[in-house]
Design a protein around this ligand. Sequence first.
Ligand code: DX5
Ligand code: ZN
Length: 215
Amino acid sequence: MALIAPSLLSANFLQLQQDCDMLNNSVADWFHIDIMDGIFVPNISFGAMVTQFIINASKKYNDVHLMIEKPGDYIQAFKDAGAHNISVHIEACTHLHRNIQQIKSLGIHAGVAINPHTNVALLKDILVDINVVCVMSVNPGFGGQAFIPHTLQKIKQLRKMIDEQGLSVKIEVDGGVTLANATAIIEAGADVLVAGNTVFKSPNPTETIAALKAL
Ligand code: DX5
Ligand code: ZN
């Protein structure tokens, strides 16, 4: 059974309170909060101010996914907004280890997100320092894209690396997760499923979350 992390990016921003309440009253485990800067990814979402409103309305674990350049400049702001985990992109961090220590020094969990083209072997020497790997199964920037099938191999490889080192790092899979492909993703070794459109564009989001969780 995987943890379910609905992505608020697909929520209705004119009724965020209702969408947060829906998640609170569902079996969802995490709120997945996507931050985009229009530079690291070709889209802009929202920042720490809106994140704080979301987190104030959340009764779950708050997972902030920073798709931004210079994430180190904003870690304190997202910690102050209430993040329980902050994930930074390996591709955005020249000094990844420093950024991870920066997050952990604030007393919260640290994650590394990895783009579809980046080899998971590059995570080998950081796994011991982190709590989450966010494996991107689409090119980050937009909700509602199709799952890239090659991601399954990456999840398997990462599962092996984590198990071989005897670590408890969670593998989170982000992008294009559906009821149709979630079983294969879990079987490959995922611990956490992010789901945006699959949840929020479904006729009954609460039931869809329960259905994902039951897989
Ligand atoms: C993509 C974001 C994802 C996205 C997932 O850039 O990081 O979290 O919102 O949305 P779906 O599940 O619709 O692909
Ligand atoms: Zn995300």
